[in-house]
Design a protein around this ligand. Structure first.
Ligand SMILES: Nc1nc2c(c(=O)[nH]1)N[C@H]1C(S)=C(S)[C@@H](COP(=O)(O)OP(=O)(O)OC[C@H]3O[C@@H](n4cnc5c(=O)[nH]c(N)nc54)[C@H](O)[C@@H]3O)O[C@H]1N2
Ligand SMILES: Nc1nc2c(c(=O)[nH]1)N[C@H]1C(S)=C(S)[C@@H](COP(=O)(O)OP(=O)(O)OC[C@H]3O[C@@H](n4cnc5c(=O)[nH]c(N)nc54)[C@H](O)[C@@H]3O)O[C@H]1N2
Ligand SMILES: [Mo]
Length: 761
């Protein structure tokens, strides 16, 4: 069946549980991919679309930010990339008739899954003040409404411009340019909730807030540590890179409270043997307690320091700063404290140390398991200390590898989507465009929510994403957003954020990555930057969902004209006509983009410069790579409570739920589950299969409750629990954030368990 969404809201949420799997990908993954894709797109469109993903003349996969391998297989996509494409390329449509039939109250009562399944939005719609449903509106009128509200503000800082990481470089550059010409740096983005901790830690310690390795480096590494990441689900193509490294002799350690199937064994669907037997990836699995990573790396650092000849003395002398202070702190680290913080045993840490000392080239990869804690920045700094000690930055086969999420989240930052822009960036904008950009910092995601809550922000504009579902403290956030005078969402598909609106609201439908983008200047190309700093072109090839869709660059260009009027000297019309003219400007404003248009014509694109990687130069405040010596922290959990991490199932993309099958973990048919170690379950009197309410505990004393979760006894680390995001965002306090990056601590929520009204069956 295609073209028709499910009737009614199919989420019964009746989870069925079977044993977790011990291998990822392989034949079942291919079957799943095709079934999901055909349900949304039909057979012909499936073939036509999937063959264009990550190909030379095709579009960048909207799935994740993992780079493409050089030699592209015919099918350089993965199960979850295919799901992302199918979601976007679906034949289902949301027309103005849909909005006439579904008042706002109806939309607000639906699950996110149901909303997403309705299909692509085809026309702009408007919710007037006091109205009970959205109605069709012309693009012209829509821009007028936004201009009315923006120009009525008493300060440009009462407006917020949010970006999710699918936005192309061209659209992102225009959006930040418009916001700054309008007069604000209020450019919160999904990165604030994602890798902000990595950016903060890396900028301070190595001078560049991005990863320092290429795919080639991974292939050449002796040791790869994968900490706080589940690549089998969230970056499936990374498994091929790990497999390749393994084949050349690399060892792999994974550090995780959960045994994730993808790290156990990978059955590469692109090789005949891989499909059957697969390759074991992990050489060592350190089943760490949530939040124990800083302590682990600190102790490893002490042990390295105590081993004769293990420190790269020359590198430390020539290239680093702060070594003595760090050394003293590390040497004072005790085994007992580390064992308590990590829940590991001594032999595991000793085995890891032996592998570390044996390795000449070490890479550390990480994702949300490290970034979403109170002490996330300190944890990542400790990872940097660990790599610096043995000179593992700025040479082949070694370095830092924060694995980004959204397919262009890194590029959006490079384009200036940042609430705290560097003065040099603003200088370059000023020189190129001849206006004075605001110099004071803007608001990040958490501060934006507070500003809405307190009435200090009144217009909320989102370039993609699902703000109310992705952010913490759902009840607080939804109430805050409802106070806005106007909310605007540039979106491809419906989600919860369209049902939780300001007094007036607009939904502006836009082209996705896979859609063909034709402007007055002809067929357009956009560009993206992957997790390893490679920039390349992306060109959609599908006919758009409706002739009324505008591209993201066109929307920003027209918005800017409506709001700024003739006072703006920026050639917005020309930018909309031909995106190459946007790239000419980017080339003059953003370092590393010289000759931009010529260089993206090359297949594979080009690499952005990275001083630590390319020349072992560290553009920090000291001019060297900085060792740091923060005190070791780890979450303390009172008796009778567990530490909850909120994570992704195999069948979702952030707040977009594709289906109800978290296949590798053996959980099907529902999402309201909480994974608990059987010994903890016994101690807490939680029977497997029983239902419980999760109640968050935080120092503000406010009760935060997520009701009706099925207890699943699961081999997670002791003292830890896991449940899916976004259902559990209601439990994450707005003020519980990482020191230094303000990222919500959504991987460390203290919860207690209370009997639920709900029973099984
Ligand atoms: N299919 C699919 N792909 C995606 C996404 C998606 O939702 N679906 N999302 C995209 C985005 S935006 C992002 S940011 C990435 C997210 O990619 P991941 O970071 O892999 O996503 P999470 O599901 O949040 O998984 C966190 C992992 O960290 C572990 N972990 C949790 N706490 C700790 C800890 O304290 N220490 C350690 N060592 N480990 C811990 C968890 O057990 C889990 O394995 O994926 C991107 N790709
Ligand atoms: N509790 C908890 N909360 C978390 C996390 C967690 O691990 N735990 N992870 C955090 C992380 S890492 C992230 S990145 C954020 C994600 O936060 P967001 O990026 O805000 O959320 P998404 O769910 O990725 O956004 C999905 C919506 O984007 C729109 N969309 C899709 N493609 C396009 C496009 O091409 N253009 C436009 N304009 N719109 C498009 C669709 O309407 C879709 O419904 O969530 C964060 N929140
Ligand atoms: Mo993310």
């Amino acid at each position: 069946m295609t073209g028709k969404p499910p009737e009614g809201d199919p989420i019964q949420d009746a989870p069925q549980v079977s044993a977790p799997l011990h291998a990822a990908a392989g034949l079942p993954a291919i079957g799943h991919t095709l079934r999901i894709a055909q349900r949304q797109m039909g057979v012909r469109r499936t073939a036509r679309t999937l063959l264009k993903v990550n190909q030379k003349d095709g579009f960048d996969c909207p799935g994740c930010a993992w780079p493409e391998a050089d030699r592209r297989h015919i099918a350089e996509f993965c199960e979850n990339g295919a799901k992302a494409v199918a979601e976007e390329a679906t034949l289902r449509r949301v027309t103005p008739d849909f909005f006439a039939a579904h008042p706002l109250a109806d939309l607000a009562g639906r699950s996110g899954y149901w909303l997403g399944q309705q299909g692509r939005i085809t026309e702009p719609v408007y919710l007037p003040e006091g109205a009970d449903r959205y109605e069709a509106v012309s693009w012209e009128r829509a821009f007028e409404i936004i201009a009315e509200e923006l120009t009525a503000l008493s300060s440009p800082d009462e407006a917020l411009f949010y970006t999710s990481g699918r936005t192309s470089n061209e659209a992102a550059f225009l959006l930040q340019l418009f916001a700054r010409e309008f007069g604000t740096n209020n450019l919160p983005d999904c990165s604030n909730m994602c890798h902000e901790s990595s950016g903060s830690a890396l900028t301070e310690t190595i001078g560049v807030g991005k990863g320092s390795v290429s795919l080639e480096d991974l292939h050449q590494a002796d040791l790869i540590i994968v900490a706080g990441q589940n690549p089998g689900t969230n970056h499936p193509r990374m498994l091929s890179a790990l497999e390749k490294a393994k084949t050349s002799g690399a060892k792999i350690i994974s550090v995780n409270p959960l045994p994730e199937a993808g790290m156990e064994r990978f059955k590469n669907p692109q090789t005949p043997l891989g499909m059957i037997r697969g390759v074991a990836l992990n050489d060592l699995f350190l089943q760490i307690r949530i939040g124990g990573d800083q302590a682990l790396f600190r102790l490893l650092n002490r042990l390295i320091l105590e081993t004769e000849g293990a420190v790269d003395e020359e590198f430390v002398r020539e290239h680093t700063h702060g070594y003595q202070e760090f050394r003293e702190a590390a040497l004072a680290t005790g085994w007992d404290e580390t064992l308590a913080a990590t829940g590991l045993d001594r032999s595991g840490i000793e085995r890891a140390l032996a592998m570390v000392l044996e390795s000449e080239r070490t890479v550390v990869c990480w994702a949300m398991g490290l970034t979403q804690h109170k002490h996330a920045v300190a944890t990542i700094r400790e990872v940097v200390n660990f790599l610096l000690l043995r000179g593992n930055i700025g040479r082949p086969g070694a370095g830092v590898c924060p694995v980004r999420g959204h397919s262009n989240v890194q590029g959006d930052r490079t384009m200036g989507i940042f609430e705290r822009p560097a003065p040099a960036f603003l200088d370059a904008l000023e020189k190129e465009f001849g206006f004075a950009p605001p110099r004071h910092h803007g608001l990040d995601v958490v501060r934006s929510i507070r500003a809405l809550r307190d009435g200090d922000a009144k217009v909320f504009f989102a370039m993609g994403g699902n703000f109310v579902a992705a952010t913490p403290d759902t009840e607080v956030t939804e109430a805050a957003v409802r106070r806005a005078r106007l909310t605007v969402h540039v979106s491809t598909k419906l989600n919860r954020s369209h049902a939780v609106t300001g007094r007036r609201a607009l939904i502006l439908p836009t082209l996705g990555r896979s859609d063909k983008d034709v402007q007055a200047g002809g067929r357009q190309t956009v560009t993206v930057e992957d997790s390893m700093g490679m920039v390349h072109a992306s060109r959609g090839n599908l006919p758009p969902a409706s002739p009324l869709l505008l591209s993201e660059p066109a929307i920003v260009a027209r918005l800017a004209r409506a709001v700024l009027g003739p006072a703006s000297k920026t050639p917005w019309e020309e930018f909309e006509r031909e995106y190459g003219t946007i790239r000419d400007r980017i080339a003059r404003v953003v370092p590393g983009f010289e000759d931009f248009n010529a260089r993206i014509a090359r297949p594979g694109g080009f690499a952005l410069p990275h001083a630590p990687r390319d020349e072992r130069r560290f553009p920090t405040s000291t001019g060297k790579a900085n060792f740091t010596a923060a005190p070791v922290e780890y979450p303390r959990v009172p008796e009778g409570r567990l530490l909850l991490q909120t994570l992704r199932s195999h069948d979702q993309y952030n707040t977009t739920v594709y289906g109800l099958d978290d296949r590798y973990r053996g959980i099907k048919g529902g999402r309201r589950v909480v994974l608990v170690n059987p010994l903890d379950a016994a101690e807490l009197g939680l029977a497997d299969g029983s239902y419980t309410d999760l109640v968050g505990e935080w120092k503000d004393g406010v009760e935060r409750r997520a009701p009706g979760f099925r207890v699943v006894c699961y081999p997670t680390a002791r003292g830890c629990a896991a449940a899916y995001y976004p259902e559990t965002n209601v439990l994450v306090p707005l003020d519980s954030t990482a020191d230094g990056s303000n990222t919500p601590a959504s991987k460390s929520v203290v919860v207690r368990f209370e009997p639920s009204d709900r029973s099984g069956g």
